[in-house]
Design a protein around this ligand. Structure first.
Ligand code: SF4
Length: 244
């Protein structure tokens, strides 16, 4: 199968999965669970084999491409690209926003106090850093105290979407406004997106607050915990991690 044909098939599969998820969400419970359909589809489109045969890109190839990227001005001041960390086979992928100073120095997302808070949240869910994969919407550090520009999000967003397609998770958690709004294509604040399931390309998506915000507003931790309980229940209901 050619790469172009694979991508066309993959798009059709994602659209079908998205439709089935929406039907399931509104109560068509006689439809087979989306996750089992996803596994069947992934079994018939064997991503691992296709990657080993060089038909589709690998995460390493994508990372190498991102590390050479000059598509927006943020490359000018970066120390390093912050691509992602954790287990690429994980059922759960968390998507943050932008690298901070420490992340730019270390090359890994969620360094520092926000990262330690995120680790504690994961620990409370019974997960460790090795059980999840963590990445960011924007791969290069913006200048301090300045909002992202729309052209920077537009330039970097395709890398995140390709990364998520390769990771093929069961559940995505977005942390903060930017990742949720970008993946869902909405302008709704995270306060109104959280607490309910969304679908991104057929994958269940939970939007919640960013750990940086929780450090400033600790009373919101209980809202995040309510979101994490929903995620935990969904992950526990999935017995088979899709191949990929
Ligand atoms: S932020 Fe993204 S689009 Fe901009 S230079 Fe870095 S990798 Fe490229």
């Amino acid at each position: 199968m050619t790469s172009k044909l694979y991508h066309e098939c993959y798009t059709q599969v994602c659209q079908a999965r998205s439709l089935l998820q929406e039907l399931q969400d509104v109560g068509f419970n006689t439809i087979a669970p989306v996750d089992s359909i996803q596994k069947t589809l992934n079994d018939s489109v064997d991503l691992s084999t296709m990657r080993s045969e060089g038909v589709v890109e690998t995460l390493s190839e994508l990372q190498a491409e991102v590390e050479l990227c000059h598509a927006c001005v943020l490359h000018e001041n970066r120390n390093t690209v912050v691509f992602g960390r954790g287990n690429p086979q994980a059922a759960l992928v968390l998507v943050g926003e932008t690298p901070g100073y420490g992340e730019d120095q270390q090359g890994a997302p969620f360094d520092g106090e926000a990262g330690r808070l995120l680790d504690r949240i994961l620990f409370a869910m019974g997960l460790s850093a090795e059980d999840v994969y963590i990445c960011l919407l924007i791969k290069c550090r913006p200048p301090v105290n300045r909002d992202l520009h729309a052209d920077e999000v537009k330039a970097c967003e395709p890398f995140l979407k390709r990364q998520l397609a390769l990771l093929n998770p069961v559940v995505i958690i977005t942390l903060g406004h930017f990742a949720a709004q970008t993946l869902l294509g909405v302008q709704t604040p995270v306060s109104r997106l959280r607490g309910q399931w969304h679908t991104y390309n057929g994958v269940a998506l939970m939007a919640t607050y960013h750990p940086d915000y929780l450090l400033r507003s600790p009373l919101e931790k209980k809202q995040v915990w309510a979101d994490m309980v929903m995620v935990k229940q969904r992950l526990e209901s999935v017995t088979v991690k899709p191949a990929g």
